[in-house]
Design a protein around this ligand. Structure first.
Ligand code: NA7
Length: 537
């Protein structure tokens, strides 16, 4: 284990993924005494842990990158439309080297507790190794999808074979060749890993609870001429994304799917399908807000599944119904549907054949035809305790010893997704109540880091030691987050956006879907009004 973190800091950064690294870099440039503590053995955050075969980002590489350094933009070349996990990790590795960040990071060390000392106006952090760090401010860059959530099924410990979660994949890989493999979960991770396992396994059993809406990624080598041209105007290109509702360049077509001529509708959806990627959600203006319009897109995807999957019964099992298209995050595929045309792959629908327990030999399902699915390797692609999981894993105590776990027992409450009343000088990157998880997260992360570091500069210049979100402003923000979500179809999907995948987690729609550009403007206005809504002293 490397040396412990410094005992006294201006700012402690927790986490060394995309957000933590940029926060560390910017604060160091501004002359703060700053250091990061990271549980993993190296930089990368989710990309350090999610090493399963097929792991890939569902945001295009030319967008899934930092923009703060023009030199970095110029010197890095992506190779594919959607970047693979190894390529993203190489990029982050390059960033860490280029800006000499590793020397300011303590790896292999988990922060276990944080408590605020009101007299000192400072936080004390404790780590799993017994280190104690005092810092005026703490930036929580702990990730939105960083706490892997295994399924709650009896008997997992009895399984005699190997068992792995996609979000915590062994670094030396898993031997899949010729083996009997089972995958539980068919969200983004499942849809990525399933085709890659099917190519290698002797037999693959896929356990599906809810069919997701899955559309082609149409991944391909990145057109290098296009990439080079983009570099010549990258700042302008990125500025457009910063002011766009999704932090992207997606153009929402202005007409309504409900009024469209059926043939034209089909042709338009086909065009988006061929192009690949999630832009199909913007094929008509009302797909995310109007159920009848949404159903047209849903019906199109269902028709594609019937075309692509040879066995009609399997196609039917893969067909999503009963919730709106796009209300769970749209899943991008590379060879997913075709996997179910292979002889060595079987799809088990756990709604009709529920998983009863895991046994030494495999997975036992019930229903009309109870069965033991014998397996050598079991893969959980069951998702994450999203947005709040990593924050609530740490025992965070604010003013008067109040605990964040208690404060958020009925769901997270933040002001701007950046901070929470009762916990001064504590800032969240990509927190609940921010648009990050529903946007190009790199655009959101840069905004969070820049806003918070500007705020810390403001406090320093004005000799202020404490900044705390005002309760009424926080309440108003939570109401606003709910109000804008309520005007969309998002809350109708049983997704991790709502905490629905974690039994017992409060059902609260957590991301801010009011738009990245609008959010950015709100945050800028707050700053311009001397950080209105923050009580400083
Ligand atoms: P997701 O999207 O939360 O998907 C998890 C999948 O696991 C989903 O299909 C779940 O079914 C399934 N699941 C979870 N628990 C169980 C149990 N107990 N039994 C059967 N099936 C289960 O996680 P991902 O890792 O795929 O993706 C997360 C995000 O990462 C993604 O949106 C991208 O932004 C990147 P359910 O739908 O809940 O019925």
């Amino acid at each position: 284990r490397p040396g412990p973190p410094p005992a006294e800091l201006d700012v402690l950064v927790v986490g060394a993924g995309f957000a933590g690294l940029y926060a560390l870099h910017r604060l160091r440039e501004l002359g703060h005494r700053v250091h990061a503590v990271e549980a993993a053995g190296d930089v990368g955050g989710v990309w350090y842990w999610n090493r399963y075969p097929g792991a890939r980002c569902d945001i295009e590489s030319v967008d899934y990158c930092y923009s703060f350094s023009p030199e970095l933009v110029r010197e890095w070349d992506w190779t594919e439309r959607y970047p693979s996990q190894p390529e993203i990790l190489r990029y982050i590795d390059h960033v860490a080297d280029r800006f000499g960040l590793r020397e300011a990071i303590t790896f292999g060390t988990r922060v276990t507790a944080l408590s605020f000392d009101e007299d000192a106006d400072a936080w004390t952090a404790e780590t799993e190794h017994g280190d104690r760090v005092t810092a005026r401010h703490v930036i929580m860059a702990t990730g939105q999808l960083s706490v892997a959530k295994p399924p709650e099924i009896d008997g997992i410990a009895d399984f005699a074979g190997e068992c792995h979660h996609t979000g915590d994949w062994p670094h030396d890989g898993v031997d899949l060749d010729g083996r009997r493999v089972g995958v539980i979960g068919t969200g983004s991770s499942g849809v990525q890993v399933i085709p890659r396992i099917a190519e290698r396994a002797g037999h693959l059993t896929v356990f599906q609870r809810t069919p997701h809406f899955v559309v082609p990624a149409m991944n391909r080598p990145l057109d290098q001429e296009y990439a080079a041209e983009l570099k010549t105007r990258f700042e302008e290109y990125r500025e457009q994304a910063r002011n766009h509702p999704g932090g992207t360049h997606r153009v929402r077509r202005p007409d309504s799917a409900v009024q469209a001529d059926p043939r034209e509708l089909r042709e338009r959806f086909e065009e988006y399908w061929r192009r690949g990627g999630p832009d199909i959600q913007a094929a008509y203006r009302d797909l995310t807000t109007d159920l009848a319009a949404n159903e047209k897109a849903a019906e199109f995807v269902r028709s594609k599944i019937r075309e692509l999957v040879r066995d009609p019964e399997v196609a039917e099992r893969l067909t999503p119904r009963g919730y709106p298209f796009g209300s769970k995050r749209l899943v991008l595929e590379i060879g997913y549907y075709d996997t179910f045309n292979r002889d060595n792959v079987r799809l088990v629908d756990t709604r009709t054949a529920p998983i009863e327990r895991i046994e030494a030999g495999g997975v036992r399902t019930g229903g009309e035809r109870p069965e033991l699915h014998e397996l050598d390797v079991l893969v959980f692609a069951t998702g994450f305790d999203a947005l709040t999981g990593a924050l609530l894993k740490i025992d965070i105590r604010g003013r008067g010893g109040i605990s964040l776990r208690e404060k958020w027992a009925a769901g997270p409450r933040t002001y701007l997704g950046l901070s929470t009343h009762g916990f001064p000088n504590l800032f969240f990157m990509a927190g609940p109540g921010s648009p990050s998880v529903i946007s190009n997260v790199l655009v959101s992360i840069e905004q969070h880091v820049e806003w918070v570091t500007d705020h810390l500069e403001y406090l320093r210049k004005n000799g202020l030691r404490r900044s705390e979100a005002v309760l009424e402003k926080e309440d108003a923000w939570v109401d606003h987050v709910n109000e804008v979500a309520g005007a969309t179809l998002y809350p109708l999907g049983n997704s991790w956006y709502l905490g629905a995948n974690v039994p017992g987690k409060p059902r609260v729609f957590m991301p801010y879907v009011g738009g990245v550009g609008r959010y950015r403007q709100i945050c800028a206005d707050v700053a311009a009004r001397h950080y209105d809504g923050f009580e400083t002293r």
